[in-house]
Design a protein around this ligand. Structure first.
Ligand SMILES: NC(=O)c1ccc[n+]([C@@H]2O[C@H](COP(=O)([O-])OP(=O)(O)OC[C@H]3O[C@@H](n4cnc5c(N)ncnc54)[C@H](O)[C@@H]3O)[C@@H](O)[C@H]2O)c1
Ligand SMILES: [Zn+2]
Length: 362
């Protein structure tokens, strides 16, 4: 097991990464002097796989939320708070989220507002959750107008990343998580790219459990370093948006049902590699390394049929909404530069180039 520490103005917390951690939850809670949780929350898929057995082991109730981006909204928070009230949870209660980013974002936000804030523990069960969503204290839900528009900074008391949960994760979800691993590795630990399995199509079996443990822990360590340096997203944390400007636009342009978030980010990373290379920010070798890492993810959902101008139109509306996103994050040979201006013509030409270079064969 590896243990990382996050320092936070809302309270420091550890991130544990290891195989089979959920089986020794009681010990982890006791050794960490944590308040034992009063309820477990999972989504409909994770509940029978992992959440139910955790609740049973701890002898507490299991709440199910629907899961899915469309249900990550106020009504889920309201329903959870109602159930916690019915179960007589009070201000001193703690709850445990067992699931992917949808579950940890929703439960974390419900914990932030229930009785003006109760403690919560995060047990992420997706690769994306382990290396990204469960770390950093951002919680929230979607509005009809867009994703993650209401939320709170409300970190968990502990993050328990049990690698064993990845054994049931669908290959596509694993690959989407690997795109975020590539992004984070590029920012702060490029040697980590060598650990990424070159055959992710094999899913969990493409790496041994110790390999996953190292991959998750080292990626989480980079995210932790970035958020500690900029907890409230005033500057440096925006580095984590590498690949996300075009990624978000691709998701929006396809009605959020063609790409998993990480798959769209993978295309976005390729785009910024090309943009940065053209500007001389990224060397030939750097560009080849970054694009090579994305290529290990295999075939992504296609972009060849999309109209580049329509896709880039979504970038403008995304930027308008996100006051912090004044510019793009572009990769350099040893990290990133934030707030880089990219004009519409450049964006369109990069999308066209990607459509020609990969889109046709995908
Ligand atoms: N708070 C943050 O800083 C932050 C950062 C990144 C992403 N996010 C949010 O995270 C969400 C995406 O998270 P995600 O990719 O984990 O998606 P998710 O929670 O929807 O999980 C993906 C799918 O995998 C299933 N699943 C989860 N764990 C499983 C397991 N072990 N075995 C089998 N199936 C499993 C889920 O039921 C779901 O169908 C988005 O809403 C995004 O906005 C938040
Ligand atoms: Zn992302």
């Amino acid at each position: 097991m590896r243990r990382l520490e996050v320092t936070s103005r809302w309270g420091d917390y550890p991130v544990l990464v290891g195989v089979g951690l959920l089986e020794s939850l009681e010990t982890i809670i006791a050794e960490g002097a944590l308040q034992p949780p009063c309820a477990v929350v999972s989504d409909r898929i994770v509940a029978p796989l992992w959440g139910g057995s955790v609740a049973e082991r701890l002898g507490i109730g299991l709440d199910e939320i629907p899961g899915g981006e469309a249900d990550k909204r106020w009504s889920a928070v309201e329903a959870l708070c109602g159930r916690w009230l019915d179960a007589e949870l009070d201000r001193s209660a703690t709850v445990l989220a067992v699931g992917g980013g949808i579950v940890t974002d929703t439960v974390g936000f419900a914990a932030a507002v229930f009785m003006r804030g109760i403690g919560w523990l995060a047990a992420p069960t997706t690769l994306l959750g382990m290396v990204d969503a469960a770390i950093g204290g951002k919680t929230g839900v979607n509005l009809q107008q867009g994703k993650n528009l209401v939320g709170a900074f409300w970190p968990p008391r502990i993050v328990i990343a049990d690698i064993a949960t990845l054994t049931t994760l669908p290959q596509r979800e694993l690959r989407a998580g690997l795109a975020e691993v590539i992004k984070t590795a590029w920012i702060g630990d490029q040697k980590l790219l060598q650990l990424i399995p070159s055959t992710p199509d094999l899913g969990y079996r493409s790496l041994d459990p110790a390999g996953w443990e190292e991959l998750v822990a080292r990626t989480a360590a980079v995210k932790i370093a970035v958020v500690i340096a900029d907890e409230r997203e005033a500057g440096g944390r925006r580095a984590l948006n590498l690949g996300h400007t075009l990624g978000h636009a691709l998701e929006a342009a396809t009605g959020y049902d063609r790409f998993l978030h990480g798959e769209a980010v993978a295309w976005g990373i390729e785009a910024v590699a090309v943009l940065a290379h053209r500007r001389g920010l990224l060397s030939d070798d750097g560009c080849a390394r970054l694009r090579g890492a994305v290529a290990t993810l295999g075939t992504l959902p296609p972009i060849a049929d999309l109209d580049p101008e329509t896709v880039c139109g979504f970038i403008a509306s995304d930027k308008k909404r996100d006051a912090s996103g004044v510019g793009w994050v572009l990769p350099t040979d040893d990290g990133v530069r934030i707030d880089q201006a990219v004009n519409l013509g450049e964006m369109i030409s990069v999308v066209r180039l990607l459509q020609e270079s990969r889109g046709k064969t995908d």
